[in-house]
Design a protein around this ligand. Structure first.
Ligand SMILES: [Zn+2]
Length: 411
């Protein structure tokens, strides 16, 4: 028996269509959730879902679903997100949603009888352009913190309430998405790797074993500003020097003691920020990631302790505020072994890989077994206009997703 395959030309064509929505004159695609471009993409997806003969549904968090009913209402779900970072690429997220659409559409075209129900999902604001990552999947799984919504202002200025209203949603109803959720048996996500490993090893499929958790802090060293010419070096409480000292020591600590974990200081703002004034304040972001829950907790404790020690030694103060956190997850063997066996059956070369980036599947892991399939990101490019994929890798990834969905939807 020849195995059911996706219609690759159709999938590629739809990726191109979607990439035209939200083209940014400054480069790439800007499609943050509930922007005009995102609203257009949502309308486009709704039309595709309905044209495919699937049942369209949107929940209170603006998550979009397409349903192909089986004999039982229990759902096997696949999807990702259609929103992008500002000046992002055309494949991050889109690949997962449109592959899931293609899989369900092919199954529908063949009139295959399903025991379980299949749904595709497109989750709201995975990229966290509004008020923190994973707004949609967090709402869907009942993991949304009240303070993320109430009076939340978005990075674009207007309050979240005002932004979601444009999509016909109410901010106070967003957490209701969890109550509207059907029973979910498994969730699968196809995504670009966003790193260089698969391309370097010329392997088309990455089967993710663990997804890193993170702690994201906004932190500050507070010292004293003063004249750059009149205050002797040894009498200074220079916030930048403390930050520099901390950054170096923290990096060494991670390399020495927390192999495979990461620490990144991505943004630094010095105040008052003038070339002739000693900086009295150094505000910075601190991003800690680990594939292991216990290590992440220890890393967090030790890094914050180090920051306080550096501050105390130099006569400054240190403050930090936790902005966002996710827990690391381990992909269950039941899903991983199935994906391995299917890759072998399809003749696709694969390797096991861990994900340093967060994904909707990580959030879904709180309510059901999840699987995450990577395809290579040439040159490791992601979240940039030049983001790319090899069509043949996508074809393999989508066919693997199709077979996995068929198996999971069978008795
Ligand atoms: Zn993504």
């Amino acid at each position: 028996m020849t195995e059911l395959k996706i219609n690759f030309e159709r999938l590629w064509q739809e990726l191109e269509e979607l990439a035209r929505i939200g083209q940014d004159p400054r480069g790439g695609i800007s499609r943050p959730s509930f922007s005009l471009a995102d609203l257009e993409a949502r309308k486009w997806l709704k039309e595709k879902i309905e044209a495919a003969g699937l049942t369209y549904r949107q929940d209170s968090a603006g998550n979009i679903f397409g349903r192909l009913a089986g004999k039982t209402p229990q759902v096997v779900m696949a999807g990702s997100h259609l929103d992008t970072v500002v000046n992002g690429g055309r494949f991050d997220g889109s690949v997962g949603v449109l592959s899931a659409l293609e899989c369900l559409r092919r199954i529908k075209e063949e009139n295959l009888e399903l025991y379980r129900t299949l749904e595709l999902a497109s989750f709201t604001d995975e990229e966290g352009n509004l008020v923190g990552d994973f707004l949609g999947s967090r709402a869907f799984t009942g993991q949304l913190k009240e303070e993320q919504l109430k009076n939340a202002r978005t990075q674009f200025g207007p309050p979240l309430a005002e932004i979601v209203e444009k999509a016909g949603l109410k901010v106070e109803n967003i957490p209701l998405a969890a109550r509207e959720r059907p029973e979910i048996l498994a969730f699968l996500e196809l995504h670009i790797e966003q790193g260089p490993i698969l391309e370097e090893e010329e392997i088309p499929i990455g089967l993710v074993t663990t997804i890193a958790g993170k702690r994201y802090f906004q932190a500050t060293f507070v010292g004293r500003s003063g004249h750059a010419g009149t205050i002797p070096m040894e009498l200074r409480q220079d916030a930048f020097i403390s930050l520099a000292d901390f950054a170096l020591r923290a990096n060494q600590l991670v390399l020495r003691k927390y192999e495979d974990n990461t620490l990144t200081i991505g943004r630094v703002v010095l105040k008052p920020g003038s070339f002739s004034i000693i900086p009295g304040e150094a505000d910075f972001t601190l991003d800690l990631r680990s594939q292991n829950r216990q290590e992440l907790e220890e890393l967090e404790k030790e890094i914050l302790k180090l920051a306080r020690e550096v501050a105390a030694t130099r006569g400054l103060s240190f403050y930090q505020q936790l902005v966002d956190s996710t827990e690391p997850i381990v992909v269950p063997g039941s899903i991983l072994n199935r994906l391995k066996a299917l890759s072998e059956r399809l003749g696709y070369d694969y390797r096991l890989i861990s994900s340093g980036a967060g994904h909707d599947s990580q959030i879904l892991a709180a309510i059901c077994p999840v699987g995450l399939i990577f395809i290579p990101s040439p040159e490791g490019l992601s979240h940039v206009p030049d983001e790319k994929i090899n069509p043949s890798d996508l074809e393999k990834g989508a066919n693997l997703l199709l077979q996995a969905l068929l198996e999971l939807a069978s008795v």
